[in-house]
Design a protein around this ligand. Structure first.
Ligand code: B12
Length: 325
């Protein structure tokens, strides 16, 4: 628990690279108006004041063979090109296309697929996203690896699942191309021109947790995202609410376990929306010094296999009882 832990003090060589501006200011903390997010991390270094810290992170990765192998394997998938677009455009109903594209995602290693329409406030400033329909892919993380966070085992799990997310989104984009429609695959973290969490919330992949990540009703917080954007006609999905937001209001697991105390007990106003928000200036230095942290995902009660289902039932019952009052 953070409260019993020694206070985390970031290393001087990392903090020497910290810019003048606060990451919370870049993210629009306290701003009442909806606006597009600014590039902050995992973008081209010249687009963000935190570019030198990204380099610091990369320069301080472990150098052992197993770690390198996992990362190289993921990198190979991540850099693979999607298949060419076929000249003959196939026609089908939106219902049929939706059924087929979801099948392609699920048959190519995806765990959950949802569909929504793009909103301008999801696109990061300085970028454009060419198509209006977003297919979101969710991939689960292995809990036994994740629970060792922070460190090389959970970091390798992150790399593996980035590879898997790319596998899913590349397969769907390639298949869409074969039907003669347009698609772009955004499988992972690097240089994605849009936020992945808001569309995933919108199309039923889960609820936003206190730790700023999505909690899925099956995989809890042990869950990562990728996306495809397309002009193929597809039917959208609805958001999924199963009590996680209410649960986060009383649960303190991630808040107490976060070594730099970056997780707030209350929702905050960020670019016009009141939501759970993680303090960037506190999170990032620890993230950088712990090979990508992940403690908040690991300690979330919903992440432990078998628990999400029980919590959902308990909270559904509570909801039913409350509504009779
Ligand atoms: C930059 C980034 C980071 C940065 C900073 C994040 C930040 N909050 O400032 C750092 C390096 C610190 C980071 C850390 C982590 N990240 Co990160 N990160 C990203 C990335 C590449 C971009 C997000 C971004 O620009 N955020 C900055 C601003 C815009 O943040 P924000 O305004 O607070 O918005 C956040 C949420 O509140 C939500 N959101 C935004 N708008 C709206 C609107 C509404 C209405 C709502 C409800 C929510 C919402 O989405 C944003 C995600 O950070 C995304 C991938 C992507 N393209 O989306 C992954 C991503 C969000 N990260 C992810 C994860 C898991 C982590 C870590 C747990 C690390 C790990 N081991 O995996 C930690 C957790 C720390 C945290 N919660 O902030 C996952 C989340 C998966 C999930 N289950 O939801 C993503 C989606 C990557 C992926 N492909 O799966 N991350």
């Amino acid at each position: 628990m953070a409260k019993n832990r020694e206070k985390f003090i970031p290393s001087e060589d990392q903090m020497a690279l910290w810019p003048e501006v606060s990451g919370n200011e870049v993210n629009g903390l306290g701003e009442a108006k909806i606006r597009r997010p600014s590039p902050i991390y995992w973008q081209k270094p010249e687009l963000t004041p935190f570019g030198p810290l990204m380099k610091w992170y990369r320069d301080n990765q472990p150098v052992d063979e197993e770690y390198n192998q996992v990362r190289e394997k993921a990198e190979k998938i991540i850099t693979e090109k999607i298949g060419p677009k076929f000249p003959q455009r196939q026609e089908n109903t939106a219902e049929k296309w939706t059924e087929l594209v979801k099948k392609v995602g699920l048959n190519n290693n995806g765990d959950v697929i949802g569909i929504t329409r793009m909103r301008p406030e999801w696109v990061i400033e300085t970028f454009e996203v060419p198509y209006k329909t977003v297919i979101m892919a969710g991939v689960s993380m292995n809990f036994d690896n994740l629970k060792r966070a922070p460190g090389r085992y959970s970091a390798m799990e992150v790399a593996r699942q980035y590879g898997r997310a790319h596998e899913v989104t590349n397969a769907m984009a390639t298949w869409i191309h074969e039907q003669g429609w347009n698609a772009v695959s955004y499988g992972g973290s690097n240089e994605v021109p849009m936020l992945l969490i808001p569309p995933a919330l919108e199309c039923g992949l889960g609820e936003l947790g206190k730790h700023g990540s999505i909690i899925n009703r099956i995989y809890g917080s042990a869950f990562r995202l990728g996306a495809v954007v397309t002009d193929m006609p597809l039917i959208t999905d609805k958001a999924d609410e199963f009590g996680a937001d209410e649960f986060c209001l009383i649960c303190k697991a991630c808040e107490n376990a976060c070594p730099p105390e970056a997780i707030s007990p209350a929702k905050q106003l960020v670019r016009g929306v009141k939501k759970w928000y993680v303090d960037f200036d506190k999170c990032l230095p620890y993230f950088n010094e712990s090979i990508g942290c992940g403690i908040c995902l690991a300690v979330c009660p919903y992440s432990r296999p078998g628990v999400a289902d029980k919590l959902i039932k308990k909270y559904a019952k509570r909801g039913a009882w409350l509504s009779k009052e």
